[in-house]
Design a binder for this molecule. Structure first.
Ligand code: FES
Ligand SMILES: [Fe+2]
Length: 396
């Protein structure tokens, strides 16, 4: 984030705190509950947003060296992501070209060659078919056209982008707009994968995303957890096409009041959370980024899951951990892991409860307040992408 933007965000948050005001969407809107329960809508979302759209599947730090790989089934098909001997990123359908067996089963690791478990056809990590055992018995195989099926992919801004449709395309300029510059400013390629966790949740995937869409709930749902470190009811909110940035307000922001503006680091007073359409929350803390990826369970509107990965700055990890540094940054790393626990034990519990409440038939709509602009924006972007009218405004 550019220096001037950091100062604008911090000043904006201080202004909200000082005047007991908050970001204002200008009115309330209501969202039909069918958005969370309709099988037809879930099917269209799965096709439009998850089967032919460019997705963040990880960060550069998930593939730290030549030979690194990881696999994913999050988009409903087996995908293999690799870094080849020249350092290039690749994504393939993780499927053997002989009889279609899933080629690599492990979640992640390091391999320069993948050997199919069924008959041991061997593939290089650039997708080339290298070897067919007993080819004199099997018959000759044209290796030039039997490599792994490539998926459109690109490594940019320290993120690994993949379109699961082999015929699909990638246009990050169109997808991100000005968010591209913002993401580039964080040098995200330097962070290394640390640890990951998966949460399965009995609710629509958009309810999981909704929990990231406001800080109105901090002082209630998180009164004994996040509210200890954050001021609720104060956030800066900025839109970048279908994506957005919410800057949450750390209580530590008060320390900045005593410092000259030019010494301000936005991460000391705020927690920027980037939402990348359709399913990503990228949270930037002092301890390193946290990547939250939320997926529906295919076309089922009632189940979803989250993949949460933590990354660390290797340069920082190598520094001697002084008492002061432990207090300031070590605690921050733990705090980010604590943040994931809060998501699971508080946010997702409340969101699953909403799903049950919605299924009860108690009401036809949920209401999004003036102080919840992220909810207005991303529900409207989903709707627009599906050819639906915007959410209905019910008050000014
Ligand atoms: S299915 Fe992979 S080698 Fe036969
Ligand atoms: Fe929350």
């Amino acid at each position: 984030m550019e220096k001037q933007e950091q100062i604008r965000v911090i000043k904006g948050l201080m202004h909200y705190l000082d005047t007991d005001t908050n970001v204002d969407a200008g009115g309330q809107v209501r969202n039909p509950v069918s958005s969370y329960t309709s099988r037809e809508m879930a099917k269209r979302e799965w096709q439009h947003f998850f089967q032919d759209y460019c997705h963040v599947l990880g960060m550069s730090g998930d593939l730290p060296k030549s030979g690194s790989f990881f696999t994913s089934k999050d988009l409903g098909k087996p995908i293999l992501c690799t870094r080849d001997k020249d350092g290039h990123f690749h994504a393939f359908l993780n499927v053997c070209r002989h009889r279609g067996t899933v080629l690599e089963d492990s979640d992640r690791g390091e391999k320069h060659m993948f050997s199919c478990p069924f008959h041991a056809w061997g593939y290089a990590n650039n997708g080339d078919l290298l070897s067919v055992p007993k080819e004199d018995h099997f018959g000759q195989v044209d290796k030039s056209c039997n490599g792994l099926v490539k998926l459109p992919c690109i490594e940019k801004f320290g993120l690994l982008w993949v379109n699961p449709n082999p015929e699909g395309n990638i246009d990050l300029d169109d997808q991100l707009g000005e968010l591209a510059t913002e993401l580039a400013s964080w040098d995200l390629e330097k962070f290394r994968f640390n640890v990951a966790t998966r949460f399965d949740h009995p609710m629509n995937w958009k309810l999981a995303i909704d929990t990231f869409g406001e800080t109105y709930h901090f002082n209630a749902l998180h009164k004994n957890t996040l509210a200890q470190d954050f001021y609720g009811n104060a956030q800066m909110y900025d839109i970048y096409k279908r994506n957005h940035r919410m800057s949450l307000c750390l209580r530590n922001i008060d320390v900045l009041r005593e410092m000259p503006e030019n010494d301000w680091n936005v991460l000391l007073g705020a927690l920027p959370v980037y939402y990348i359409f359709p399913n990503i929350q990228l949270i930037l803390g002092l301890g390193g980024p946290t990547l939250v990826r939320v997926y529906p369970d295919g076309e089922n509107p009632h189940n979803s899951f989250s993949q949460i990965s933590f990354y660390v700055d290797p340069a920082f990890a190598e520094l001697e951990m002084t008492e002061e540094r432990r207090e300031r940054y070590g605690d921050m790393t733990q705090r980010m892991q604590g943040f994931a626990e809060v998501i699971q034990m508080e946010d997702y519990v409340a969101a699953a409860s909403s799903h049950q409440g919605i299924l009860s038939g108690a009401q036809e709509y949920l209401t999004f307040g003036r102080n919840e602009p992220a909810l207005h924006h991303y529900h409207n972007t989903y709707r627009d992408a599906l050819g639906l009218p915007p959410l209905e405004r019910i008050s000014n």
